[in-house]
Each structure stands twice: as structure tokens, then as C-alpha cells.
Design a protein around this ligand. Structure first.
Ligand code: ZN
Length: 579
């Protein structure tokens, strides 16, 4: 068998000069079938990473081949001369959990850099991928390789899984000229270009700047003056000020096809990061997002706004959840309405209880940091006294969020925060459409932030005025897309609103039923997601002489799924499990 592997596989994998590395007919067809859409219209097969079962009979696929390929992999070297940029490059690598080093020089290792100068000391044996950190740098790079450059705003859409695309609208600088060889396109926009005769690959997008703008700037939400005025009066979701109520929403436009583009543009950037590495330098090991056997996750969270929600709405929701064996997260304000021990027991035994501020008056965002920390600490302590258990998570009222609030949650002793939407039609605070553009958790100011990845019930039913059945239809469509991205579906349902009413209980059941029957869905509370994400984050790769392994406890190794990304095609990444 070994001989057959050598004869059939190795020639296609060895050396930078092998011309054609996509062998399997279906692979080639996959790529060509997309040419109509234009995504891979000009993809070059030269040095394109192949599926590792290329040319091999089925019995030789799998572990042995993965071992051969992985032994050739080296950590990716991330290069940048600014700490801020380096940290964002690390965010990309840590997201995928690929082996990497910062600003080192490992012979033959792929280099991912934010500028030409940063990478200029790179050995010419190494593939060099550059994502220019601005238009100026893009211009300098174009000049140094004798290429032309043109800038335009474009919608980039890339495959992230079978039948699942991710997209981002942004400025792109396309490189052109006789020495510019397009490797990856979206429609007629070039996103990855190879410099002919060099092992240099140029991305048309500024991955560092885009990440910072979308995630970090998106996390800093500025309250509108109208909201400032409104918070002088008693304010809550159930008493929406008139200026919000009267705002007209073009629901079809806001909740149509473009919603995918708004929920997760960052996933398109992340896809491009990994795709450019695999296309330029071949197979890369990574750690899967979820436990072995699971391909995506569901988290059901509830913010309990008032006494009737607590006493009546929770009964409706709990009945459905218990029936489907779903445990959920219940976020409660500690000092807004009476908290009966009986109700709290019921909730903590069906999942977990998180903090939701003290008075829930919308003013959290205006307090100075000491007042914020004091309030959050007060909320945590009082709930802990009442339930006799640690309260690990926080969610700010109205999904208010900022770096200062995140830091306050850290300093008040919370373990995770879930206070920002991936995207929502109307933030009650800024009175604009708003979100952080990612559906996955990320670390910020010392805390793990878990975005509410699906639009919450209040936005769909009370603001966009959808019927509960239409809201469920939309949530199921979006969930199936998130499943395609292997992401977490984080729901926010209030017991105080429609789904907490007996007449809509059947719709709530319809919303959750599919998840509970899907063996590939990992159903977690927010706290469980936080613990899992941190366990995965702590694991790292050991790259020795032998094939790489994880440096983490045996127990975690059992649960973490390691795989080899062997290629990128019309169904997203091609992967193979690692032994
Ligand atoms: Zn609330």
C-alpha cells in the first residue's frame, strides 16, 4: 500500500514546481462548475492545493495520507511591524487554530504579512502572502512588482461550505498586468493574485483594517442624542419610545437576502485568510470548532424583562425546552422586579442564570467605569446570594456594549459577556442598524464576548413587525446558513413577548425542534459555550520533527477535533480528519 501511495500521491505533493495538483476529476469539475458564477473563473491550477485523496484508490485515503501531508507542514509566520496589526493577524490564526509563529523566520514556512517591507527579509523559498494594510501600501507593492492597480468598492462572496457563501462589501485593490496571475475571483473581482515568477501572493483586501473596523469599531456603540433624552425617562423594551415605534422599516429590504451579508462579513475575511494560505502553500492543520461528532451549535438565551415574563412567560418556554431536552441561559436584572426563590430555582435547574444589570434602565452605557463596575458587581452578588450558585455571565440591557462595558464585566468578575448582536435592524441605543459582523465568540478587554448571532424576537416581531410564524421561518433559514458555516446559533427570546404567550407556544416549539433532533448540533448554554471556546483557545500545536500534535491535556485531546485543510473549492474548505 505504501508503494501505491508513493507512486500515486507523492509526485503531486512534492516540490514547488509540480504544475498541476488538482487531479481528481470531480475536483476539477467542482471548480469549473462555478465558473458560470464567476467565482473561480480564472483560478489557476498551478500549485493549487489538492484534496489529499487525489489519484488514490479509496482504501489508501485517510490517516496515512494525512500523516504524509502534515509532516510537510510548518507553522505559518505572521509578520507585521506594528503590535496592533500583529494582534489582529493572531486573531485570524487563533480563530482557525492553525499552527503559527509571530515575526520568526522558519525556513520554508509560509509568511503572511501586512506589507512588502515587513516581509522583505523573507527567504525566497517561502510562499509570501500579503494583505496590504492600506491603499498606500498596496500602491508600493504594485510598483515593486511592476503591476498596475485599481481600486473599487465591491461585494466579495466566497464559498464557506456546501451551498453556503459568505460575503463582505468593501474597497478592493485589484492588481493587474502581464505578471499578475489571478488565482481567486468573486464574480469579476479579483481577490487573490499571484506574481508570475515569484512565490508572492497578493490579497486585494486589507484583512487587518477590515477586521478592526468591523469587530472593534462595531463593538464601540455611540448612543444617539434621542436615546440620551429618552433614558432620562423610565425606559424599557416594552415601552418603546414613539420615535422608535414610528420609524418605518423596509422589512423586505432589511431582512431579505442582504441579511447574510450583514450578519457575518467577518467570516468572509476569515475564509479569505485561510483560503489564501491553503492555495499558496498547501495543507494546514487546524482545530475544528466543536466537539468530535458535532458540526455546529445552538445556544438558547432569554432576558427576563419583567415580573409577568418571570412568572408566566418562563412557564411557556420551559415547557417546550424541557420537552426537547434543551437547557438554556436566563438573564435577570437583580433589582427591577421581585425575584421569587421558586421562579429562580426553576430557571437555574433548567440551565443557568446570568446577570442583566440591576435596574435595567438603559443608563448603563452612560455611567463612568467605576459606576459600571459597581453596578455589575452588585447585580452579580445579589443574584448569587439568591440562587446560591456562581453567576458567570452578563448581558447588558438593550444589548449595550463598548470596550468599557466589557472591561467592567471583567473587573466585576464575570467570565463571559453576551451583549452585542452580530447584526440588528435597529439598535435602541444608537438608533441605527448595528452589529459586530461576526457570529463567533471573540476576546475583548479581558472577557469572552459571545455575540447574539440571530436577530432577537423583539427586533423581528416588535420592530420589523413580523408575525411570530414569519419570524420563525426567517430564524430557521438563518440557522441553516449558520449551520453551513459551522457556527453557533445564539438565540435571544424574551419570555415577556410573543413566544412566552400560550397562543405562540407551537411556533416556539417549531423554532427549536429541528435542532434537538439533529445529532450534529451541540446544544449548549452560554456558560457551556464559554467554557468550550476557552478550552479550544488554550490548545496549541506542537510542531516537532515528527508530525504535529496538540499541547493540551489528554482529556481535551479526546474532545478536540483536529483536521487537515487540504484545499479550497466551490464547497469551501476540503478537510480530512487527523489521527
Ligand atoms: Zn433586557
Amino acid at each position: 500500500m505504501a508503494q501505491r501511495i508513493r507512486a500515486g500521491i507523492l509526485p503531486s505533493l512534492q516540490g514547488p514546481d509540480s504544475r498541476l495538483q488538482v487531479h481528481r476529476t470531480s475536483c476539477v469539475e467542482d471548480v469549473f462548475s462555478n465558473s458560470e458564477k464567476g467565482i473561480f473563473a480564472h483560478i489557476s491550477f498551478e500549485r493549487l492545493a489538492s484534496n489529499s485523496d487525489a489519484n488514490s484508490p479509496s482504501e489508501t485515503r485517510g490517516k496515512a495520507l494525512a500523516m504524509i501531508q502534515i509532516s510537510r507542514t510548518r507553522p505559518v509566520v505572521l509578520k507585521s511591524d506594528s503590535d496592533t496589526e500583529s494582534n489582529i493577524l493572531r486573531e485570524y490564526a487563533d480563530f482557525w487554530k492553525i499552527p503559527y509563529e509571530l515575526n520568526s523566520s522558519t525556513k520554508g514556512a509560509a509568511i503572511f504579512a501586512t506589507g512588502n517591507a515587513t516581509a522583505s527579509d523573507a527567504s525566497r523559498d517561502s510562499p509570501l502572502i500579503i494583505s496590504p494594510n492600506g491603499m498606500k501600501e498596496a500602491g508600493r507593492i504594485a510598483r515593486s512588482y511592476g503591476l498596475g492597480i485599481s481600486v473599487r468598492n465591491s461585494l466579495i462572496s466566497l464559498p464557506a461550505g456546501p451551498g453556503t457563501n459568505v460575503s463582505v462589501r468593501t474597497d478592493v485593490c485589484e492588481f493587474s498586468g502581464p505578471d499578475a496571475e489571478p488565482l481567486l475571483k468573486s464574480g469579476n473581482t479579483q481577490v487573490l493574485t499571484k506574481v508570475r515568477g515569484e512565490r508572492v501572493y497578493l490579497l486585494s483586501l486589507n484583512l487587518v483594517g477590515e477586521f478592526s473596523k468591523r469587530v472593534y469599531d462595531g463593538f464601540e456603540e455611540t448612543p444617539s442624542w434621542k436615546f440620551r433624552m429618552a433614558t432620562r425617562l423610565p425606559f424599557s423594551y416594552s415601552a418603546i419610545p414613539r420615535f422608535v415605534r414610528e420609524r418605518s422599516f423596509r422589512t423586505k429590504e432589511d431582512l431579505g437576502e442582504s441579511v447574510y451579508e450583514k450578519l457575518a462579513p467577518v467570516e468572509c475575511l476569515r475564509t479569505l485568510f485561510l483560503a489564501s494560505l491553503v492555495i499558496s502553500s498547501g495543507p494546514i492543520p487546524r482545530i475544528g470548532f466543536w466537539r468530535r461528532g458535532k458540526s455546529y451549535a445552538l445556544v438558547v438565551s432569554h432576558d427576563v424583562e419583567g415580573a409577568s415574563g418571570l412568572e408566566r412567560g418562563t412557564v411557556q418556554l420551559l415547557e417546550v425546552e424541557r420537552n426537547l431536552r434543551i437547557r438554556s441561559s436566563w438573564n435577570l436584572p437583580s433589582d427591577r422586579y421581585p425575584l421569587s426563590v421558586h421562579s429562580l430555582d426553576k430557571l437555574k435547574n433548567s440551565g443557568e442564570i446570568g446577570g442583566h444589570d440591576t435596574k435595567h434602565d438603559g443608563r448603563l452605557t452612560f455611567l463612568n467605569i467605576d459606576e459600571k463596575i459597581r453596578r455589575l458587581g452588585e447585580c452579580k452578588n445579589r443574584l448569587e446570594q439568591l440562587i446560591g450558585r456562581e453567576v458567570r455571565g452578563f448581558r447588558a440591557p438593550l444589548l449595550q456594549h463598548s470596550r468599557e462595558l466589557a472591561e467592567s464585566a471583567t473587573r466585576a468578575g464575570f467570565d463571559y459577556d453576551s451583549s452585542c448582536p452580530s447584526w440588528e435592524i435597529l439598535s435602541p441605543t444608537s438608533l441605527r442598524a448595528h452589529g459586530v459582523g461576526t457570529i463567533f465568540p471573540f476576546a475583548i478587554n479581558g472577557i469572552l464576548e459571545i455575540p447574539v448571532s440571530l436577530p432577537q424576537d423583539h427586533q423581528l416581531i416588535r420592530i420589523a413587525r413580523q408575525r411570530p410564524s414569519a419570524a420563525v421561518d426567517l430564524l430557521l433559514r438563518l440557522s441553516s446558513w449558520i449551520r453551513g458555516l459551522a457556527g453557533p446559533c445564539v438565540l435571544l427570546v424574551h419570555p415577556d413577548y410573543e413566544f412566552g404567550m400560550p397562543e405562540h407556544q407551537a411556533e416556539y416549539r417549531r423554532l427549536l425542534e429541528g435542532f434537538s433532533k439533529d445529532p450534529e448540533c451541540e446544544i449548549m448554554t452560554l456558560g457551556e459555550l464559554s467554557s468550550w471556546w476557552k478550552l479550544r483557545s488554550r490548545a496549541s500545536w506542537k510542531m516537532g520533527d515528527s508530525h504535529p500534535g496538540l499541547s493540551t491535556g489528554a482529556e481535551s485531546q479526546e474532545e478536540l477535533r483536529t483536521e487537515l485543510v487540504t484545499g479550497y473549492g466551490s464547497d469551501g474548505f476540503i478537510t480530512e480528519p487527523l489521527p
